[in-house]
Design a protein around this ligand. Structure first.
Ligand SMILES: *[C@@H]1O[C@H](CO)[C@@H](O)[C@H](O)[C@H]1NC(C)=O
Ligand SMILES: *[C@@H]1O[C@H](CO)[C@@H](O)[C@H](O)[C@H]1NC(C)=O
Ligand SMILES: *[C@@H]1O[C@H](CO)[C@@H](O)[C@H](O)[C@H]1NC(C)=O
Ligand SMILES: *[C@@H]1O[C@H](CO)[C@@H](O)[C@H](O)[C@H]1NC(C)=O
Ligand SMILES: *[C@@H]1O[C@H](CO)[C@@H](O)[C@H](O)[C@H]1NC(C)=O
Ligand SMILES: *[C@@H]1O[C@H](CO)[C@@H](O)[C@H](O)[C@H]1NC(C)=O
Ligand SMILES: *[C@@H]1O[C@H](CO)[C@@H](O)[C@H](O)[C@H]1NC(C)=O
Ligand SMILES: *[C@@H]1O[C@H](CO)[C@@H](O)[C@H](O)[C@H]1NC(C)=O
Ligand SMILES: *[C@@H]1O[C@H](CO)[C@@H](O)[C@H](O)[C@H]1NC(C)=O
Length: 764
């Protein structure tokens, strides 16, 4: 006790020193509107007056005026929180804490976007139900908080677009190199937010102070969600064809809050606040914050308000995979999207001197064709001294199955001034290797043997290489990518995350023509389309699907749309085998729901899910109450001055399940029983009967009561209980299975993943 007391004193005495340095920080401040004096004409004036008061009380000499207060105020928020953000010194913050109406504050944090470095695959063709019923998402407004947009891109041409919806209150703001006349019926909104960034770095120069995209990320994500048809698109010959977004007739509104100079939560939530006011239907957020609790995550706070206003929010899971508990945006009211592969490969074709052709992954952008070059084989390509003697030849290298060895060999060979490198490996997580400024071709062991045999048996071995080949219909797709962040979510472990998987790897979409496609490539190359990978790319795919569903089912809540997407997702790949996880290099294994959520999004099936798991704001509040948040913390999220925690429940009516069990070395043999309650709403035909089907989970007893649900009417709700019993998970960290409600005709299969795990996620 005494020690603690001393420490406290020490903190107090340190404060004056930090004060004199007058270093300011940005804070997001929650206020209790119910105590706002009636004299104020609105929140904004109250906040300004509060800040003027704070400056006055914490400053000795300077005269406090509303002008100093208004320079402190960054944003007053109207939807995302009741409160504002401000740039404050430590002493000002202390004074503010004693101001009437102050609830709590959180420090501004930097945000990162989720890129590591399409639609046909999802079953979207002109005849597919998802496009027909929704008319390609016509009239739906998708808002993105991102790096801006390159308005001249063909993907934002507005041919075929309907008029701007009358309910739209957004704007197209002019700014540096951005004239508001750039907007049209496709790109209907363009706004930018950087007051938080500038307050953080007062000396910063914002090079392009407008919604114009100087990075490329926002142009790529927005055209992925809703880009119009562009014929003849390609990436230097790779991925040729017509490019289009998932909802090609939806409108786009860009909110730029991610800058080359940085990105801060004060700006991000200001953008979300504005998007809600403007009237977007869908928000796509390919960004997130790692390692912070739910109640301190500004994105969680802001999206709660959005969802309450019926805005559907899609977010990226993050790119910190393949390890468990790396996921961000584990927010119960949003969709959290994992990244999968497409059924498309980029290749080079090697034609050997004996006429045999072999193809292998490559995404080389340099010389298209090397004609009849000598080819040599080396067991392993490590030794620089040997490599530099090779000269203008193609070198074939034998690599272990290990990604590190591949990385070392590619690195060494690319320094050695040979013509090209061919690497024989079973390693499956190849993305980072094929995007190389040096010509790299990867081969599997079978093709590797063919080439080695040829080299050994030929007295003048040579080969030609042709790059820029694209192969479609790769059968083993989709797979979960290595980088996609895995659950469970440490910020809210009781809700299984991620929710779903969408294409994220090597995605072709629009790009600013003056931003280099790859900053690591030399020479720099420019193109109006680029191929990128990341959960950033998966998130707008899911947002586009949500737009189609919003159009087809305007009365569905965000939770109902999420449920339809999850319960109809695919868990099999195109060979009808379980979707694989390529996250662990050479050993592919069936993906767990902690990697891919409920599975790969399937828009045509999501249109008609049969049953949905709905959730309303009150259910989320009951969850927050059960998570041991303080009343203040819950108030910060719900923006209401009172919190009714009379009926807490962590058993959210979610279309997935996660049950925590003891590890095998638990001292207790006691049987653990985990029970879940769910209510499903019939959105299919009246008079439907569903029976349950549960896949066994080894070592555990799984039962469902009742095992049959008989609906008499449409929109009828029926409840059931899932019980999982067992003493431990034996020696496994994660096991999983599926619970499906199957209707009598077999037309609807309403599937939910069940994860049982001995992990105990905690924020470190
Ligand atoms: C913006 O575009 C309009 C229409 O093309 C043009 O009349 C106006 O001069 C432009 N404004 C600026 C500042 O370039
Ligand atoms: C900002 O610029 C001013 C004047 O140029 C300089 O005195 C100050 O040190 C700079 N501050 C930072 C944080 O770089
Ligand atoms: C950026 O533009 C906005 C709106 O036009 C303006 O208020 C702001 O001062 C500008 N900021 C900078 C750093 O130029
Ligand atoms: C070549 O690779 C090995 C690893 O196998 C590494 O230790 C060595 O430093 C590399 N040489 C050069 C010149 O990069
Ligand atoms: C490769 O060639 C470049 C220039 O052509 C030269 O600067 C470099 O030293 C060479 N590297 C090796 C390992 O020989
Ligand atoms: C590589 O893959 C092939 C085909 O799947 C397999 O036959 C071979 O054993 C693998 N090699 C190694 C070293 O794992
Ligand atoms: C690949 O497989 C080999 C042999 O089975 C194993 O030793 C190695 O650890 C594996 N590498 C990865 C990254 O999983
Ligand atoms: C709190 O909610 C419960 C139902 O969840 C309701 O019965 C009760 O009246 C509410 N209490 C208050 C003070 O609103
Ligand atoms: C736990 O189970 C094992 C094997 O079933 C048994 O030998 C042991 O006595 C049990 N321990 C307790 C504390 O019940």
């Amino acid at each position: 006790m005494a020690a603690l007391y001393k420490l406290w004193i020490a903190v107090i005495t340190i404060l004056p020193f930090t004060q004199t340095s007058s270093q300011t920080e940005n804070y997001i401040v929650h206020m209790d509107l119910s105590v706002m004096p009636g004299a104020f004409s609105g929140q904004h004036h109250w906040y300004l007056s509060t800040l003027a008061d704070v400056s006055h009380k914490s400053t000795v000499r300077a005269t406090a005026t509303t002008s100093t207060a208004s320079s402190k105020l960054l944003y007053s928020y109207t939807h995302v929180i009741n409160g504002f953000s401000a740039s404050l010194t430590p002493s000002e913050l202390e004074v503010l804490k004693n101001s009437p109406g102050y609830i709590s504050s959180i420090k501004d944090l930097p945000v990162k976007h989720d890129t590591t470095r399409s639609s046909k695959f999802l079953g979207l063709t002109p005849q597919s139900p998802a496009w027909k019923v929704s008319n390609h998402g016509e009239g739906v407004i998708i808002g993105l908080v991102d790096t801006g947009v390159w308005p001249e891109s063909q993907s934002y041409k507005d041919h075929g677009m309907s008029e701007i919806p009358k309910r739209w209150k957004g704007e197209c703001e002019s700014g540096t190199q951005f004239n508001s006349s750039k907007c049209n019926k496709k790109l209907i909104g363009a706004r930018f937010f950087n007051k938080g960034l500038i307050a953080k770095y007062p000396n910063i120069t914002i090079s392009v102070n407008s919604t114009r995209d100087t990075d490329g990320h926002g142009t790529h994500t927005s055209s992925t969600a809703a880009g119009n048809y562009v014929e003849g698109a390609s990436y230097f010959g790779y991925a040729p064809g017509t490019a289009n977004g998932v909802a090609p007739l939806a409108h786009v509104a860009m909110y730029k809050a991610v800058w080359d100079e940085g990105a801060y939560t004060t700006d991000i939530i200001a953008a979300i606040d504005q998007a809600i006011s403007d009237g977007v239907d869908i928000l796509s957020l390919s960004l997130g914050l790692d390692g912070i609790p739910l109640n301190e995550d500004p994105i969680a706070l802001a999206t709660f308000a959005a969802v309450e206003k019926n805005v559907f929010v899609s977010t990226s899971a993050g790119n910190e995979g393949p390890f468990y508990e790396t996921l961000h945006n584990g927010i119960p009211w949003v969709l959290t999207v994992a990244a999968g592969t497409l059924d498309r490969e980029f290749n080079a074709v090697l034609t050997l001197g004996n006429g045999i052709s072999i193809k292998g992954p490559s995404l080389y952008l340099g010389t298209t064709y090397f004609y009849e070059v000598p080819i040599v084989y080396m067991d392993g390509c490590h030794k620089m001294s040997k490599l530099i003697k090779i000269g203008q030849k193609i070198v074939v290298c034998q690599v272990g199955n290990d990604g590190n060895d591949l990385s070392d060999q590619v690195e060494n060979v690319s320094e050695a001034n040979v013509t090209a490198g061919v690497f024989i490996t079973n390693y499956t997580d190849t993305e980072e290797f094929i995007q190389n400024r040096f010509p790299v071709v990867l081969l599997n062991h079978k093709d590797g043997k063919t080439i080695i045999d040829y080299i050994k048996n030929s007295n003048k071995p040579q080969a030609s290489v042709e790059f820029r080949k694209t192969n479609l219909w790769i059968k083993s797709a989709p797979s979960v990518t290595s980088y996609s962040s895995r659950g469970p979510s440490a910020s809210c472990p009781v809700v299984m995350k991620p929710d779903i998987m969408a294409p994220g790897s090597l995605i072709l979409a629009a790009w600013p023509e003056n931003v280099a496609v790859d900053p690591n490539n030399s020479p720099l190359m420019f193109n109006n389309f680029n191929i990128l990978s990341g959960t950033s790319m998966a998130c707008p795919h899911a947002a586009g699907v949500a737009a189609l569903l919003r159009k087809a089912h305007p009365d569905w809540s965000p939770a109902a749309i999420r449920s339809a997407m999850m319960t109809t997702a695919d868990i099999m790949d195109h060979t009808m085998k379980p979707i694989n996880d390529i996250g662990f290099g050479n050993k592919t294994q069936p993906a767990s729901p902690l990697a891919m959520g409920a599975g790969q999004v399937s828009p045509n099936k999501a249109l008609d899910p049969g049953l949905i798991y709905d959730v309303n704001s009150n259910d989320y509040v009951r969850l927050l109450c059960a998570l041991d948040f303080t009343e203040k913390q819950i108030q910060a999220i719900t923006r209401s001055s009172s919190t009714n925690c009379s009926d807490p429940s962590s058993d959210l009516n979610y279309p997935s399940f996660i049950a925590y069990f003891n590890a095998k070395d638990s001292p207790s043999n006691l049987t653990t029983v985990r029970e879940f309650h769910r209510t499903v709403t019939n959105v299919g035909e009246e008079m439907s009967t569903y029976t349950v089907n549960v896949t066994p989970i080894m070592g555990l007893k799984v039962s469902v009561i009742p095992d049959k649900l008989e609906f008499k009417t449409k929109y009828e709700k029926l409840s059931y209980k899932l019980i999982i019993e067992g003493s431990s998970l034996l020696d496994r960290t994660v096991t999983f299975g599926y619970l499906s409600w199957v209707d009598a005709g077999g037309k609807h299969i309403v599937r939910s993943p069940i994860v049982t795990t001995s992990l105990s996620p905690q924020l470190s």
